[in-house]
Design a protein around this ligand. Structure first.
Ligand code: DGJ
Length: 734
């Protein structure tokens, strides 16, 4: 698979373009290192004592020689002289929040890091990687800082590799991936919180002095209460199309910690990494400790532009098959829950065909015999087909699916175990739990210890044997419904505090093995909803499950917020029976991503089924634009009666605009035209309403208008109580 490189492959394909001191040097001692992307620059500079500072972050300058002159323009105080460190150590001169804290082999807790050298390598025409080596002058201790830049997308991935040659283990007490220093006339943080069925709730506020922390200590399903995605605006809260804004997120599915410290000089220190809570790491001599990447992009043209940068990057470089297609599907979770058998599934396979989607996805409940999975309190861990429900096994279902002309996918939750299972009885030492304390369950289950290589093999084999036995298996939904309580690993013995980190590394090892063997098979990253949506995991998946809450009004808000960080192609949007909205509204909302259904098809009226067929036909026409095009948010559901957003393809010839009523008060609706974005002003577009329910009049008559008109005046989708959702297709006609 093109996106995942191991270290060896990477070094083999790196082209070394410059080595020591090929940066701009402003004086004999000072080294200035500009890290540029198409529109932005981050500038590092050494001081007279060779401490590495971050002296600039913002729009790139036309003359790189001028970067070194930036610091002179600021007359802010920096009492301790370390506030702007590019990777702040602790225990020496620093009295602010550190990026790294260590306990040396001799018990000493001080660290100083000075610049030694740097290297810039060009990976290809678009990607470069800067490596800076910092060393402690007293201890044999080194930190390498990595900055991998994606030029066109204005995206940077930053991480660090820590290593020592001391006589014995060093304890890493803190180990950030990145440490940024931002300047601005005030900073505004947009962050997210949530819970099951209420993911991605935004909050935005001005940062005050002191430290604001966004973190997770949940172990697995780490984003349940707070994801690591956030935005920081400078000078004022950025809007959709104006303002300076940095988007950041950890590429890590375990515990994370992001500290935003408004320092005494009124600058913002941003320190992001794995959470060090209960996680001091024991590092042997001459071993690399590699932190996950902190991902960021910056825009001086608002949140919309920043999100499009990130979306393009994700499609091109991160997610599996981001530029490829996806399946539409029918899932059986909400139509059967655990209650199904072969006959029922045979009908659902026929329904899949009748509905006209590509794939049938068999959800939870198909496994376990001694402890059958008939509810969520038994069976997890015993991945054999339940003989009563499926006497002829999965393979016969896949055969039947093939005969019906549809593909077949399956649900698994391989990291978990129910105490009521053979697995739990056979391998109690594979389960994360305290030896001397009562067990504490989350959804009646416990988490398997993925720090243990035997457990990694077990989890890999669940997936591998499904594919070996069923080569036509076409899709996996990978669920994860529990957090880690009572964190204790029988495998790690004395190194218990390595567990949270080694768990996630173990998970990635398994996923990487799966991707080596099955590079393109679509896999949905599900975690009881959006408990695990991050690019650390998404590099192994094609899509994620935003929330179990599929009530379409709720989904408009959630999908809106997720879309700042993740492209539509990754958003699994299923039409379900949640809420009271008509089928048209539900389908229209699900169309803004990878569309699926989780409904009882046989309960649809003829009219509803006809509508679904028509909408699927339209989706087929437009899915390429939705999945791979540029997305523009036009009208926010948070401040208006309606939400409106659009997608446009790369040559601006084809687009789609989605409009939804989000307020049920009397007279609510769109009174003004909504200005479109991203069109070609010179082109003329036919604007036509699609997804019309039979028997209803269109809200908008077909119009032919120039891109200039549509972006200057706009169009009124006439969303109101009679037309609660209006989908407009745009085609360039000249
Ligand atoms: C939680 C998921 O979010 C649901 O879609 C479903 O797969 C259930 N788990 C099954 O237990």
């Amino acid at each position: 698979m093109k996106k995942i490189y191991n270290q060896k492959q990477l070094s083999a394909c790196l082209i070394l373009v410059s080595t020591l001191f090929l940066a701009v040097t402003s004086s004999a001692q000072m080294v200035t290192i500009p890290i540029e992307t198409k529109h932005n620059a981050l500038v590092l500079q050494t001081d007279k004592d060779k401490n590495l500072k971050m002296v600039y972050f913002g729009a790139r300058l036309s003359d790189p020689a001028e970067y070194s002159r930036i610091p002179k323009m600021y007359s802010q105080s920096n009492d301790s002289g370390v506030l702007d460190d590019a990777y702040t150590p602790s225990g020496s001169a620093n009295l602010a929040e550190p990026a790294i804290t260590v306990t040396h082999a001799d018990g000493n807790k001080s660290l100083n890091l000075v610049y030694v050298s740097h290297t810039i390598t060009k990976i290809d025409d678009n990607i470069s990687q800067l490596t800076v080596i910092l060393k402690d002058p007293v201890y044999d201790f080194e930190v390498k800082l990595f900055y991998k830049t994606y030029y066109k997308e204005d995206v940077t991935e930053q991480w660090s590799v820590i290593r020592h040659g001391e006589k014995g283990e060093v304890i890493l007490n803190k180990f950030a991936s990145a440490n940024l220093y931002l300047k601005g006339n005030g900073f505004w943080l947009k962050q997210y919180h949530g819970n099951w069925a209420s993911e991605m709730q935004p909050e935005e506020a001005r940062l005050t002095h002191g430290i604001k922390t966004i973190d997770s200590k949940l172990g697995t399903r780490a984003n349940l209460y707070e994801p690591s995605m956030f935005m920081v605006s400078m000078d004022k809260a950025a809007g959709e199309d104006e303002g300076k804004v940095l988007f950041g997120a950890m590429e890590w599915s375990g515990n994370f910690k992001i500290d935003l410290e408004l320092d005494p000089a009124n600058n913002l220190r941003l320190i992001a990494g794995m959470n060090n809570a209960a996680s001091e790491y024991h590092l042997k001599p001459n071993e690399d400790f590699t932190t996950p990447a902190f991902l960021y992009t910056y825009s001086e043209h608002g949140k919309g532009n920043a999100s499009r940068q990130l979306q393009s990057w994700a499609r091109k470089y991160k997610i599996v098959n981001g530029e490829g297609p996806r399946y539409t599907l029918l899932n059986n979770w909400e139509s059967t829950y655990f209650d199904f058998n072969e006959d029922k599934l045979a009908e659902l396979l026929k329904d899949t065909k009748k509905l006209g989607v590509d794939l049938f996805l068999l959800d939870d409940g198909w496994f376990g015999n001694k402890y059958p999975r008939n509810s969520d309190n038994a069976g997890l861990g015993d991945w054999q087909e339940n003989r009563q429900k499926l006497p002829n096994g999965i393979s016969s279902l896949i055969k039947e699916a093939k005969a019906d002309g549809v593909k077949f996918g399956i649900w698994i939750e391989p990291e978990m175990v129910n105490p009521a299972s053979n697995l739990y009885r056979e391998h109690p030492d594979w389960v994360i739990k305290q030896p001397n304390r009562p067990e504490k369950y989350f959804r009646n289950q416990l988490v398997l210890d993925l720090s243990n290589p035997k457990v990694q093999d077990f989890v890999f084999n669940i997936v591998d044997s499904l594919f070996i036995k069923n080569p036509d298996l076409a899709y996996i939904k990978w669920d994860c419904n529990a957090v880690i309580y009572n964190a204790y690993s029988a495998y790690l013995k004395k190194n218990q505090s390595n567990l949270y980190i080694d768990y996630d590394r173990g998970l990635y090892k398994v996923l990487a093995r799966i991707r080596v063997k099955y590079p393109k098979v679509p896999m949905m990253l599900c975690s009881g909803g959006g408990g695990r949506v991050d690019y650390g995991a998404l590099q192994y998946f094609t899509e994620y499950w935003p929330s179990d809450n599929t009530e379409p009004l709720e989904r408009i808000f959630m999908q809106w917020e997720y879309s700042y960080f993740f492209p539509a192609i990754t958003s699994s949007n299923h039409v379900t029976d949640w809420g009271k909205q008509p089928i048209k509204f539900r389908v229209d909302v699900a169309m803004m991503g990878r569309m699926g259904f989780d409904i009882v098809v046989s309960k649809l009226s003829k009219q509803e089924l006809d509508f679904c067929h028509e909408a699927l036909k339209n989706y087929d026409e437009l899915k390429d634009v939705i999945w791979h095009g540029d997305q523009y948010r036009l009208l926010s559901p948070w401040d208006n009666d309606a939400a409106s957003l659009m997608y446009i393809n790369s040559d601006h010839s084809k687009g789609v605009m989605f409009n939804y009523l989000v307020n049920n008060r009397y007279g609510a609706g769109t009174k003004l035209p909504i200005r479109l974005k991203g069109l070609d002003p010179e082109k003329t577009y036919q604007v036509k309403e699609i997804n019309l329910s039979s028997g209803t009049n269109p809200a908008v008559n077909t119009e032919t208008l120039t891109g200039n008109f549509l972006m200057t005046v706009g169009i009124n989708p006439n969303v109101n109580e009679y037309h609660t959702s209006v989908v407009l297709e745009l085609h360039a006609v000249k």
